[in-house]
Each structure stands twice: as C-alpha cells, then as structure tokens.
Design a protein around this ligand. Sequence first.
Ligand SMILES: Cc1ncc(C[n+]2csc(CCOP(=O)(O)OP(=O)(O)O)c2C)c(N)n1
Ligand SMILES: [Mg+2]
Length: 371
Amino acid sequence: MSYKYLNQFNPFKNESVKVMDKDGNIINKSLMPEVSDEELLEAYKMMNKSRMLDVYQNKMQRQGRLLSFLTSTGQEACEVAYINALDKKTDHYAPGYRNSAAWLTMGQEIRNIMLYWSGNEAGGRAPDGVNLLPPNIVIGTQFSLATGLAFAKKYFGENGIAVTSTGDGGMSEGETYEAMNFAKLHELPIIFISENNKWSISTPTHEQTKSINMAVKAVATAIPSIKVDGNDYLASFGVMQEVVQYVRSGGGPFFVEFDTYRLGAHSSSDSPDSYRPKGEYEEHVPYDPLIRVKAYLIKKGIWDENKQTSLDEEQTQLMAEEFKWVEANKNYGIEDIFKYQFAELEDDHKEQLAEAKEFFAKHPNSIGGHH
Ligand SMILES: Cc1ncc(C[n+]2csc(CCOP(=O)(O)OP(=O)(O)O)c2C)c(N)n1
Ligand SMILES: [Mg+2]
C-alpha cells in the first residue's frame, strides 16, 4: 500500500506533518486529505462547541457552581480530527481527562460532561451506542483499558479498532509503555495517541523527558509512529485516516504524537502564571487551531464573522440549557458513594455512611452538596 504520510516522516529527525500554516493557507498541497468543505465546516463547529463548553464551564466554576474541571482549549483540532477518522459504530475510544473535544465528537452529551465535573460519576457514562469509556484520571490506565478492548476485538474477530490518548507527561508513566509493549506483541488493532501540549501541570516537557519527542518512545516497542502538527486540523485528520486504515487492515498498533499547546490552565484549580515563562502563552495564541480553520473557511467564502457570532450565541445558549438541567439533577443519594464497591458494606463504611447522612441532614446546603 502506498501512503501519503506514513513512512514519510521520520520521528528521529523530529519531522512533523503540516498542511496549513497559522493563517489558514495550504502550504503542502500534496498532503491535503480528502475532506469536503462541508465536512470541514462541521469539524470547525465541533471545535467551536468544545471551546464554548470550556468558556461556559469556566464561568460556572468561578461562580462556585461547578467543581474543578479540565479544558481542551488549544487542543481541539487534533481531538476532533482523531475521532472523525474513526468508524464510531465499530471503534472504541478510551480517553484521559483533558479530552472534552474528543468526547463531544464521539457523541457524549454536554450535560454528561458538566455532570461529571459537578462531581457526579454518572456523567462519565456515554449514551447507549456511543463507544466511549469514562474519563480516566489516573494517568496511563486508558492505555491498558484500550489494549484490553483491542485484544477482545481481535480475539472475537471483530473489525473495530481501539483508540486511546494521553498527554506528554503520560508518556513518562510505566503503564503506557507496558500497554504498548503488550499491544505490539499481540499485533492488536489499536492507535496510541499522545497530545503533547508542552506541560504536565507545572512541569515543562523538557523537564520530564530527554526524548526529542513522544513519537520516538514507541520505537522501542516496535510500534511505528508519526508526529503531526496537532493544531492543524487537516494534517491531523489526514494522518489519522491513514493510520486507521493501516490498523484496521491488520497492520498492528500505531502511535501518533500530536504537537499542540495547552492554552489554558492545567485545571480550574491552577494558575499557570506562577510557572509559565512570561510571553510563552502570547507566543502560542496565533497558533490557536480554531483561528486557522476559521481563516481557511473564510477564504473559501463559506464562513464570516456574522456566522461566527450566531454560532457562538447558539452554542452558548445550548450550554446554558444543559447546565440548567445539570443543576437540577446533579445531586445523588449518599448511598451511591458507598454501594458500588462491595456487595455488603464493611462496618467502617456503615459508620461513615451514618456520619455522612447526619452531616448532610444538618447542613443541607453545604458547598458541593452530595459530592
Ligand atoms: C498515575 C498518576 N500519577 C499522577 C497523577 C497526577 N497528575 C494529574 S495530571 C498530571 C500531569 C499530566 O500531564 P500530561 O500527561 O502531559 O497531560 P495534560 O494534563 O498536559 O493533558 C499529573 C501528574 C495522576 N492523575 N495519575
Ligand atoms: Mg501535557
């Protein structure tokens, strides 16, 4: 099979796939993927939806109406692209925690995401028929879970593939290597992704690994890899389409590094101003993936500022409606915190449950409610 991207970019030379420049001009015509203007517009609207979700949740969190949450701001292009390249009926996605753009693209509901960040675990569950696992907060676990899914798919002779993603920090975690090693040993149908956003909370990438990039880390497991400009939707989508084809046709695992940048804080409880070098954020703002696709669509004559304003308003309105539902439905019975771990509660759990009931009976409006 001849490839446009695979085998053409050497991770050891730190080569990276790019199609568009930061102003939305196509700089590598031969690398342009097959995507219609309509499909690109849909992808852009999804990226924008994720951004509006982040903006809205941030406001709610600052008002004390949402617990801590993590944004995809700056990373929307690769997240929407890698999900759009899948067959959502047969493929499964095991995410981390900073993946709301990918969750939305899979078909997760806005209210579930908001519910999850309100402290209600039920929000981690995807609607029936959506092959999305709950967020994984413990770094690395999603690589093992996806490997298990891929193993099952191969074992049962199904056509689907598994996809999973972690950050740059996640690539320094033992579990990610273990999962990749096992997946390659069994030639499983799986795509491992690292969204390299240059930070692991307050640790810059260069302080947690000496590797020149994340893509080379796959090489020791014999998994082929590629590095892509993750802020370039067209490059990300094109590469993913080929990678999906490679894996689905029995090639075994593949690893993709998306070169991106965390434009926001690590979480809503963190202030990057205390550790991010002065000027770094400003340097990255022009590379915002939304600006790039928007500029491209405007040049094509299918987008303009009026349409943007209406879209922002419409999506923000949607967030407000969903959040209204969440505020009315977020609380759950205290028993829910205890009842899923053991068939029968242990004595100390019974004591804790009684104590919690007493506390909330006395303080029904305590901050966080039944979180
Ligand atoms: C196994 C494990 N160790 C430590 C943590 C604490 N922790 C939460 S986020 C984070 C940084 C992860 O950085 P990265 O993988 O680059 O993902 P990003 O947040 O940048 O998307 C750490 C160390 C954790 N959640 N799980
Ligand atoms: Mg990171």
